[in-house]
Design a protein around this ligand. Sequence first.
Ligand code: ADP
Length: 415
Amino acid sequence: MNILVLNVGSSSLKGRLYGLAAPIPSDPVEPLWDLRADWASRDGPAGIRIRTKSGAPLDREVPVNRLRGEFVPAIETMWRGETRVIEDRSRIDAVGHRVVHGGEKLRDSTLITAEVAEEIDRLRVFAPEHNPIEWSVIEAMEWILGRAVPQVAVFDTAFHSTLPPEAYVYGGPHEWLDKGIRRYGFHGISHQYVSRRAAQLLGKDLKTLRLVTCHLGGGCSLAAVSRGQSVDTTMGFTPLDGLIMNTRSGAVDPGILIHLVKNCHYTGDQLDQLLNRESGLKGISGVSADMRQVLAASAQGNPRARLAFDAFVHRLRALVGSMIASLRGLDALVFTAGIGENSSAVRAAVCSGWEFLGLKLDPEKNADTPTDVDVAANESAVRVLVIHTQEDWEIAVECFRLTNPARWGLEGVDQ
Ligand code: ADP
């Protein structure tokens, strides 16, 4: 069956068509069609790139404000033009969506019914950067393919549903819990995939490992994974908590917000804009939200770019420490997503904080921009893995499982 996976991140949209049959292999298969649209900021150009297993490639650049109108034509390239890989739209059997916030009710992957779509929409107040755009993509796909094609939601919050109460309660009034105000955690699909992959690469049973997984992309978060379960994480009630990110502030003293509201007359919308879009690497550096450009400007002596990098690493190291404390030990540190997979400078800077634990990087292996390898020195007491996150594959597998319960079979994958 052909499964289309759609994954909208904070600065990218990925679409992949997988041809799958049971039993599903434990290693990801190559997609038939692969779409990626990237926009580092809301005012720059967006790049659209389509690659196929059999057809020609396609590359386009469009202004970000025209991206929405490009969605349907981009999806149609699966059955139109030189990028055609299927006869027509009826060949798509199911669609899997990454949905960031599932709240307290949606704790596992699920078929999208009218009620589920409504709940995803209701949760937009909790994840204003994500749930609304994901909801629009679900609606658009229903419009393109019709209601008969099953759509599945795979939630980024689900992996963290194992957090113990002391890790998810905030230090506010107890009534917050009744209102759903608690830590949820995000990037769960990625943290789950890389944890399982880490165990595979280390040749160990995941149930014996203590891992800190660092998802460092446009949005950034850490998870403390003990015996395969998330026991702590840095994102919270929303994906704004925790680490400094591309345009998001991460955790700030809540007193700053009280000050801005009381003394500078900020509205909720202005705070949203400030903390979600004007902060982080972009806000500190004044150069770019993109770590590549921050690093380049820093190398040219730009002091604010240098400060942005140093602050990013300082917070990252501090929160890695807090995850290690929650695990009470560490077997491996795992880096993934755009920055984690590609920036040897970030990995080296973070790891330099943990040499006293016997963690030692192999500088040559680390400099190679490796994928799915251990970049720790042979004598290191803690392993350091760089793993290419395969959220889309994880979503495709979930989608197959939910739409084919009778034919479900996974070889070598620990459920
Ligand atoms: P998203 O969170 O939108 O899915 P990605 O995981 O693709 O995004 O990560 C995007 C981030 O990765 C961007 O901030 C970009 O700067 C960063 N990135 C990509 N390549 C590199 C690189 N070679 N060096 C440093 N950062 C990189």
